[in-house]
Design a binder for this molecule. Structure first.
Ligand code: 2P0
Length: 320
């Protein structure tokens, strides 16, 4: 039996993707930029099945109907590309604990794309693989590569791909994932960004904001300016969330604790620590800091939020 396995790591966006100009192809309105993370990854094995029913298992259990449906849609796409009707078995192991507050769809669809690429002997380049992963989930586009990664929005399927900017960063960046809420978010990323695109009067500004932030971020990475990387990421994150606050009706992923952690980060920064924050489509906060300050920053967060679960994150590799 032919069986192929691929591992892909999660990523955190420092310049956010928020809005699709083509919801079917998952073409975003803007570029985005992320850091692939070391500790959290997904390993996916695929094989052909004799019958005509796909099988999807996650962490050694039959997948939920919702997970099965999303995976099968992706299998259908890959079968169409390969002129195939064969049923497929998918075995996914997520080393992304829900407690980490990070999405597993990025690593999940990147790993699935890599595994199917080998199973169908498609011989896709990494650039083509990132296009394929995009069809599963936008953020998966970036998880093909390690380190700092830019996703070019593009104008059609082949031109919307990710590219490595620095796969083995020497920048001493560290992240602390601060999990304060394990409740499932009420509004998914897909729904949240769609609502912002359709109703926020400020959405028209978003592409300009991202263009500016992207230029500044690329420059900061070139000059290895970690404080600038943190500052630009924090500002971009706030601009993304402002789209949600200004949607009609307005919504927010922030909770009381989110704002309290933001305040603490400001306080730590005023005391001279390298500390910035970024927040995705949820209440949890990722604190951006330096190798030098990470221990002190971590200690201060834990002291102020004894109930929070903290995880230390470093740059990670691309798919294997
Ligand atoms: C990002 N997020 O750039 C942004 C920032 C969350 C906030 O991409 O609809 O699961 O499947 O393309 O990739 C999370 O959304 O959304 C995300 P779909 P995805 O990382």
């Amino acid at each position: 039996m032919i069986q192929t396995t691929t591992t892909a790591h999660t990523n955190i966006a420092l310049i956010k993707y928020w809005g699709k100009k083509d919801p079917v192809l998952h073409l975003p309105y803007t570029d985005s930029l992320s850091l692939t993370l070391d500790s959290y990854y997904t390993t996916t094995t695929t094989s052909f099945l004799a019958g005509d029913t796909d099988q999807v298992r996650v962490n050694n259990q039959v997948a939920s109907p919702q997970f099965f449906k999303r995976t099968q849609q992706f299998l259908n796409l890959v079968r169409t590309l390969n002129n195939s009707q064969q049923a497929i078995a998918v075995e996914t192991i997520n080393h992304v604990p829900t407690a980490a507050g990070l999405a597993s769809s990025a690593s999940g669809f990147a790993a699935l794309s890599g595994s199917l690429n080998k199973l169908f002997q498609m011989n896709l380049s990494r650039k083509e693989l990132s296009c394929l992963a995009r069809r599963g989930s936008g953020s998966a586009t970036r998880s093909i590569y390690g380190g700092f990664v830019q996703w070019h929005q593009g104008k059609d399927n082949p031109s919307s791909f990710a590219e490595a900017i620095d796969e083995n960063p020497s920048l001493p960046i560290r992240l602390i994932s601060v999990v304060i809420s394990k409740q499932a978010k009420k509004i998914s990323s897909t729904q949240g960004m769609e609502h912002a695109v359709n109703t926020s009067p400020f959405y028209a500004q978003w592409p300009q904001v991202v263009n500016c932030d992207m230029q500044a971020m690329l420059q900061a990475l070139k000059t290895q300016d970690l404080e600038a990387v943190g500052r630009i990421a924090e500002n971009n994150c706030l601009a993304m969330h402002a789209l949600n606050w200004t949607s009609r009706p307005a919504f927010s992923y922030f909770t009381k604790e989110t704002l309290q952690i933001i305040n603490l980060v400001h306080k730590l920064r005023s005391r001279g620590y390298c500390a910035y924050y970024t927040i995705d489509a949820g209440a949890n906060v990722k604190v951006i800091t330096s190798l030098q300050d990470v221990a002190a920053v971590q200690q201060q967060i834990q002291l102020n939020f004894p109930q929070a679960q903290l995880t230390l994150l470093k740059p990670g590799p691309g798919i294997k």
